[in-house]
Every structure is written in C-alpha cells, then in structure tokens.
Ligand binder design. Structure first.
Ligand code: PLP
Length: 406
C-alpha cells in the first residue's frame, strides 16, 4: 500500500480545517482510525451487540468469540506466551495503575526502591508515587543525558539491591527517545527487581516482543495505534499475575461467591471485573490486523524518515529549539523563541495544522528541560513530507507574525 492508499483509509483526513487541508500532527496524543477499525466496531453494534462469556445464545457466542479472538491477536502482536498473560484494561494508565496497586503495594515495604526516569509520562509516575507513599518505599529517578537519552551506566548506578521495581517508557512521548528497555530489564533482573515497560508510544510504531524484551509487565493503549479509545492492555508474566490479587472486584471475575468469601476465575479473567470493553477490544483486534497488513517495520521506517526529514528541514529555523536526541521516533518537540507554545499551536491551527502544546503529561521532564510547556508535532503512518513542509513554512510565518506584532 502506498501513502496515498493508506490516507484514503482514514476518512477523517479528507477534510478542511479553517479553510485549509487538515494536517494532523498529533498522533502521539491519539491516532486517527482507519475504515477497518471503524467498521469492526460498528459491525459489533449493528450485528451482534451482546454481552460476553455468560450467554449461550448466538449473538453472545459471536461476541465472545470476537472478544477472545482479539485477545489472541494481541498475544501474537506482542508475542506473549499465552492469552493468560493478556488483560484488557481501559488503557495504558489503568494498566500501570493495576501493576502499581496489585503488584507494587502488595510487595513493597519500607526500605525498598522503585526506580523510574525523569522522562516518564504522569501515568508512569503518579501510581508509583502513591505506591511509595502507601508502603514506605522510596521513589528514585534515573537521570537523563544532556540530549535526553538514558545511559546504562546511570541505570546501573541507580538500581541497587533494594530496588524492587524498575518502570521505564519504551519511547518518550515528548523527546521521541527510544529507551534500551531490554538492557534496562537485564540490569533490573540482576538486582532481583521486576521490569515494567510503558509501551504507550512504542507499540503503535515498532515491533514489540515482550519475551525478547524480557519485561515482567508491559502496558499500552489501543487509541494511539489506530484503535478505539477506552481500551488498552496489560501484559504480565503468568507467574507474577498468578500470585497477584485483582485490582477490581465484582461480576465476571469470580469463580464462586459466598456470603463472606469469594474465589476468582483463572487468568486473565480474574483481572477483568464487570462487563468488559467488548467493542473496544474488537476494534483493537482490527487495528492490529491493519497495522500488521502494512507492517510495523514499514511504519517505523516511514516515521523515522519523516522525523529525519523534519529535523533537517527545521533545524536551521531561527529561534527554534528542538528537544531530544537526533536518533528518535516520529516525535518533534520544540519551542519558538518568545512565542508561547499555546500561541504557536493556535496560529498553526488557523492554517489547518494540528499540533499539541502544553506539558504533555510530563511535568518532571518539563522541569528538567527548564520550560513550562512545549509544542509537539508527532507523525504516524499517514503523514507525508509535504505536511512537514507545511509545518516548516507555517512556523516561519508564526515567528515573523509575532516578531512584527510585538
Ligand atoms: N504513557 C505514555 C508514554 C503516553 O504517551 C500516554 C498517553 O499519552 C500514556 C502513558 C497514557 O495513555 P492513556 O491516556 O491512553 O492511558
């Protein structure tokens, strides 16, 4: 499939915003959805909307088959060894909260350490802050190199024999840094710690193999990888999940309920209390089929070359600071001298260009960068060099506009 054919599968891209062709450069916040995903979700509602697991009627069986079929697609997509290790959640945030509460709070004690990095998303910071407060454990940060990368020497210096949990993002949603999580997992394991990977920004863009990474937990969201909002995945190694208590309780996750005691279903269902996210999981399954049809390697190559093109094109722009390393995923975070990023985003929006401005749910990283906010353009499989050109031209005009007005 060429880029034109890919774009035609995303109906939302074919529109004008403020009188200009839409240039959507905010896929790190959420990606757009192709027809196959929209159709999978609407077919569920139109043809076989029904609850799963409990019913014996035809619609219920079809819904269960599709829902559990999506779990198998996820298993293969991340190369988990069994479906028992694939839990559907509301998203990466919920998945990380489950780990911090069900694993973290139950296993941590005073004197233990949780190690994260300065570049983490709030979803991989606050659950650990709370777990540390609840248990008396200490939260420690791996420092960043000047270019926004992590050195393994710093990981080794931070992780000690007291470290019980190391939690790191695979790709930074701000800097685009690709972290060596496989090597970090090795260091964590040498100290007897478990490795948690926030894969929210990697899974949409590159082939992930949880067994090769040898991580203990891995979290991601469907909506950043062409799937629906409100659904995500927690992968966990079976041996760990088996010994964890569920994070939520109620229907669907029980085996037997008596007046004062209950027992849980087997994995993975003991972690899926209540009616699950049926349409969302089915949509995620369709998103996986779609991404695999195009090929994760092709997607990665395309975005990587767009990021390089954008870096080349923009790095000479007067007054433009670009944050993060040269080798990066398709994310470009920047500030224009003397122009607030919200103003940058507003002016770009007037030209039909959607970029994000703010702290990107990474306030500790903003502190490290010594800024309160930045603007961010993020690329996905449907973006083109022509769109990067439009961004570059619009940024020059934005700079001129603010120089002349103020
Ligand atoms: N982790 C990273 C790196 C992210 O970029 C995001 C979302 O922006 C999340 C976690 C949280 O994902 P969600 O809001 O889908 O739960």
């Amino acid at each position: 499939m060429n880029i034109k054919e890919i774009r035609q599968l995303f109906p939302i891209l074919d529109q004008q915003v403020n009188g200009k062709d839409l240039v959507y450069l905010d896929s790190s916040a959420t990606s757009q959805k192709p027809f196959p995903v929209i159709e999978a979700v609407s077919t569920y509602y139109k043809e076989y909307n029904s609850n799963v697991h409990r019913g014996v009627h035809t619609l219920g069986t079809r819904a269960t088959d599709q829902y559990e079929g999506a779990r198998e697609k996820v298993r293969k997509f991340i190369n988990a060894s069994s479906i028992e290790e694939v839990i559907f959640t509301r998203g990466a945030t919920t998945a990380l909260n489950f780990v911090a509460s069900s694993y973290g709070r139950a296993s941590l004690k005073q004197g233990d350490e949780i190690v994260i990095t300065y570049m983490e998303h709030h979803a991989n910071i606050i659950p650990w802050q709370q777990a540390a407060k609840a248990t008396g454990a200490t939260l420690k940060y791996i420092p960043l190199q000047e270019d926004g990368t992590i050195s393994l020497a710093d990981v080794e210096a931070t992780v000690t024999s007291n470290t019980k949990i190391v939690a790191v993002m695979q790709v930074s949603n701000v800097l685009g840094t690709i972290n060596p999580v496989k090597e970090i997992a090795k260091i964590a394991h040498q100290s007897g710690a478990v490795m948690v990977v926030d894969g929210a920004q990697s899974t949409p863009h590159m082939k992930v193999d949880v067994q090769d990474l040898d991580c203990d937990f891995f979290a991601f969201s469907a909506h950043k990888m062409c799937g629906p909002t409100g659904v995500g995945v927690l992968y966990g190694k079976k041996a760990l999940l088996e010994n964890m208590e569920p994070a939520e309780f109620g229907g669907e996750m029980i085996d037997f309920v008596d007046l004062y005691e209950s027992t849980w279903k087997e994995l993975p269902w003991k972690f899926e209390a209540g009616t699950p996210i049926i349409a969302g999981a089915i949509g995620l399954g369709a998103a996986i089929d779609f991404l695999e049809d195009i090929g994760l390697e092709n997607i990665y190559k395309h975005e990587h070359s767009l990021a390089e093109y954008a870096l080349d094109k923009l790095s000479g722009t007067e007054g433009l600071t670009i944050y993060g390393p040269k080798e990066r995923a398709g994310i470009l975070t920047f500030n224009l001298e003397d122009v607030h990023p919200h103003d940058v985003a507003t002016v770009l929006d007037a030209e039909g260009i959607a970029v994000r401005a703010g702290h990107h749910c990474a306030q500790p990283l903003m502190k490290w960068l010594k800024v309160s906010a930045t603007a961010r353009a993020s690329f996905y499989l449907y973006n083109t060099e022509e769109e990067v050109d439009k961004l570059a031209d619009a940024l020059i005009r934005t700079k001129e506009y603010f120089t002349n007005v103020f």
